[in-house]
Write a protein that binds this ligand. Sequence first.
Ligand code: TRP
Ligand code: SF4
Length: 330
Amino acid sequence: MAKKRILSGMRPTGRLHLGNLHGALGNWVALQESGDYDCFYFVADWHAITSEYASTESIRDNSVNMVIDWLAAGLNPEKSTLFVQSAVKEHAELFLLLSMITPLAWLQRNPTYKEMQTELSTKDLSTFGFLGYPVLQAADIIMYKAYGVPVGVDQLPHIELTREIVRRFNYLYQKEVFPVPEPLLTNVPKLLGTDGRKMSKSYENSIYLSDRGKTLAEKVASMFTDPQRMRKKDPGDPDICNVFTFHGLYSTPETAAEINRSCRVAGIGCTDCKKMLAARIAGALAPVHERMDYYLAHLSDIAEIIADGNARAALIARKTMEEVREAIKI
Ligand code: TRP
Ligand code: SF4
């Protein structure tokens, strides 16, 4: 029996950080490794233009670097199809056709649309393309007749909209061309940046997959801890310490329990606690860095992997679009 197909995408906004690794990317790798799915993962470079249209100069480099981070994190091109949205022009055609049947009100009431406009208030996002972002996303998903879409909760409104568009399409053209996709939600641990805010590239508080050695150690050393703990002789509270959250992910349960106990009685100091954490993160990232170094030394492999993924995706996209044109009778 054919495996169920899943599809997800990421906008190429820059190097990926540990928040991404423990969120979407780690989940993508886990789904790939489960062997239960036919995985399609793509670089949503057209989506990046919706907000970056005034400064597009880094999108191309970011796309390649993001694929390097994907491979470093363990995505395997022999198991998953990795491709770039803009290389499969059918996405634009399907986007256009879906835009014809999508009521404007569905887009205007989209909560993500309103939030993003407030969040990215320095950019003028009152564009046609930005409003249509979820229609393009719907095209991405249904092009491959994906059964499931691994995403975080923030993307749920977009998946719901995709489901509505699918129902409308199938109804209007009296044919079950597209299956209604399911969101595949994952529980993501809430990882904060070094300054205690949400880890985000724009806050300059991120620990990147590519960070190692001195950079990594210095970033961990700079992490905010329990703000009440000013001196080593003050007892600390690991429950409100971001460093401790990281120990929960990177240290053994025994070590975490020991830190938990010792911190509360002013045993272990924050400097030592962070040194231990930096060593654990470095150890966990060692295989990631090994793969990263390999690909950085073999950039032509990347081009080949992407070209191969694009071709695999295009084959399906071409077939879907034939069915779509047939259904619409165009
Ligand atoms: N909107 C997604 C994000 O910002 C990226 C994306 C574009 C996507 N197309 C997709 C995710 C299709 C899943 C499926 O993260
Ligand atoms: Fe946080 Fe560790 Fe310092 Fe305790 S000892 S406050 S857990 S950094």
